[in-house]
Design a protein around this ligand. Structure first.
Ligand code: B12
Length: 292
């Protein structure tokens, strides 16, 4: 289900920022090619639309400081001083429209979502973390970049084709004390892309609260993320009582995030699965899906 699907007239119109009628006119005039469904509805190949957009300069708005951002001067400085990575530059400049365009462009070029997250977005965020760690950017610059990342992935999410729903539910969140919310957003989008519904509680979620939600909703998968653990002792005690509380439901627990790269941490947080990246989340979701 992760492969690229064809787009409806409405989706193409939204991407090109024109009306549905305009898309139909362009198609009638032979500017755009489409195929028809058995019901006679138009379907457009995403790659062709991406090509058309680039040729015509449609929809892919270049942004200099719109929405969230910073001044052009700062943006130019960021471009000059830092890496050549296009996405990294847009993020560091806080330019969410342009960052979204890069992610959407990659998607329309046929890159799977998992690769967009694992190979494009995460390395860019990692670079931002390194610069912050080395004192080359300030905390405020990191905050702006993270907000640009967060908002741009939601822009991408908004135009993903609606997957055929499997009727399965997953929850995801980051553990208490962990304020890194991007991993939970990314996991949510990947799981939704497999046709599951997702309740994403976001960052800093106490496990006793999560247990209540689990008992109430009885999901088919629990995805927990931890980038950093500030108090391993306390968290592992909370985790133990969490797993005891929900044990009878036999729901697979999936742990992910850089904290679990450490084997000693994994030993203290026993789980059904440990995932290292978003490709593994997609594979696991497919495996756990009862409708497969
Ligand atoms: C943005 C950011 C923040 C923001 C988060 C804001 C927000 N709204 O999310 C804020 C400012 C809150 C923050 C705070 C801190 N941060 Co911070 N932060 C980052 C940064 C730059 C990006 C994090 C991110 O979202 N990355 C995107 C994720 C998806 O990528 P990833 O973490 O590399 O994950 C990979 C895998 O682990 C896996 N994965 C990760 N999570 C999950 C989850 C699931 C379910 C799955 C399947 C997979 C998965 O996928 C990725 C690979 O494809 C990172 C740098 C970095 N390397 O990522 C630092 C980083 C994580 N932070 C760091 C630190 C030190 C801190 C602070 C302690 C700083 C401080 N002194 O206050 C605090 C801790 C706050 C807390 N208690 O949580 C360090 C952690 C070092 C370490 N020990 O591991 C990093 C690595 C920066 C660095 N280079 O030093 N941070």
């Amino acid at each position: 289900m992760t492969q690229l699907k064809s787009l409806t007239t409405k989706e193409v119109a939204r991407l090109c920022r024109v009306s549905d009628a305009t898309i139909k006119r362009w198609e009638d005039a032979g500017l755009l090619k489409s195929e028809r469904t058995s019901g006679g509805h138009r379907r457009f190949r995403a790659q062709e639309i991406a090509h058309f957009q680039r040729e015509q300069g449609l929809g892919l708005k270049i942004c200099y400081g719109d929405e969230s951002t910073v001044s052009q001067a700062k943006r130019r400085r960021a471009n000059k001083n830092h890496s050549k990575c296009e996405l990294f530059q847009s993020l560091i400049a806080g330019c969410e429209e342009e960052s979204a365009n890069i992610l959407i462009g990659a998607y329309l070029d046929g890159k799977p979502l998992t690769e967009i997250f694992d190979d494009l977005l995460c390395p860019a965020m990692c670079r931002i973390g390194e610069l912050w760690f080395n004192g080359e950017i300030t905390i405020t610059q990191e905050h702006i970049a993270t907000r640009a990342a967060s908002n741009s992935i939601y822009k991408l999410r908004n135009l993903l084709p609606v997957s055929k729903m499997t009727g399965e539910l997953a929850t995801c969140c980051a553990m208490e004390g962990d304020f890194h919310e991007l991993p939970t957003h990314l996991a949510q989008i990947i799981i939704e892309n497999e046709g599951w519904e997702v309740l994403n509680f976001g960052a800093n979620t106490p496990l006793y609260c999560l247990a209540e939600e689990i008992l109430q909703h009885s999901p088919e998968m629990i995805c927990l993320s931890a980038t950093l653990m500030t108090d391993v002792e306390r968290l592992s005690r909370d985790y133990k009582s969490f797993t005891e509380q929900i044990n009878k439901l036999k729901i697979p627990i999936v742990l992910g995030g850089r904290a679990f790269n450490d084997e000693r941490i994994r030993t203290r947080f026993p789980a059904d699965y440990y995932v290292r990246n978003f490709s593994e989340v997609a594979e696991l979701t497919q495996r756990l899906s009862k409708t497969m």
